[in-house]
Design a binder for this molecule. Structure first.
Ligand code: GDP
Ligand code: MG
Length: 125
C-alpha cells in the first residue's frame, strides 16, 4: 500500500481541520488561543466562507442557535480551522445530534480538505 508523506498530505489539505468538543465554559476557546499563541478572538466564517460578525455569533449562541458547521480561524494560524461544539452537557440533545450529523457528513466528505482531521475533546478538571 502506498503511503503519503505527511508534508505532502498537509499541502493537499491546505488547512488542518479540528472539531473541538466539550461543554460550555470547558475552556475550549482558551486552549485554542494557547495553541495558536494568540489572545485574539477567532474569526468566524459560515460554510460559504462569508465572515460572520462576532456579535451576531454571540447573540445566536445565547438564543441556542450555535452552528457547528461554522469555521473558526485565528489570524495568527491560518493553517488551522476549528469547529466548535458544546453538545456534551445535559439538556443539549439537539446540539449533540447536530454534532453526530456533522461528524458523519465530514467523515464521508469526498474532498480531503473538508473532512475533520482531528477531534479534540476538552474535559475540565
Ligand atoms: N481556572 C481556569 N479557568 C479557565 C481555564 N481555561 C479557561 N478558563 C476560564 O473559563 C471561562 C470559559 O473559557 P472558554 O475558553 O470561553 O470556554 P468555552 O466555552 O469552552 O470556549 C473563561 O472565563 C476562561 O478564562 C483554566 O484552565 N483554568
Ligand atoms: Mg468558546
Amino acid at each position: 500500500m502506498a503511503t503519503i508523506d505527511a508534508q505532502v498530505l498537509r499541502e493537499m489539505i491546505e488547512r488542518f481541520r479540528v472539531l473541538i468538543i466539550g461543554r460550555a465554559n470547558a475552556g475550549k476557546t482558551t486552549i485554542l488561543q494557547k495553541v495558536c499563541n494568540t489572545t485574539d478572538e477567532p474569526e468566524i466564517y459560515d460554510t460559504e466562507g462569508r465572515q460572520i460578525d462576532a456579535a451576531v455569533v454571540k447573540s445566536s449562541i445565547k438564543r441556542g442557535n450555535h452552528d457547528i458547521r461554522n469555521e473558526m480561524v485565528f489570524k495568527s494560524n491560518p493553517g488551522f480551522v476549528f469547529h466548535d461544539s458544546c453538545g456534551f452537557e445535559a439538556g443539549s440533545e439537539e446540539e449533540f445530534l447536530n454534532m453526530k450529523i456533522f461528524i458523519s457528513e465530514r467523515a464521508n466528505a469526498t474532498k480531503l480538505e473538508e473532512r475533520i482531521h482531528a477531534i479534540w475533546h476538552v474535559i475540565p478538571f
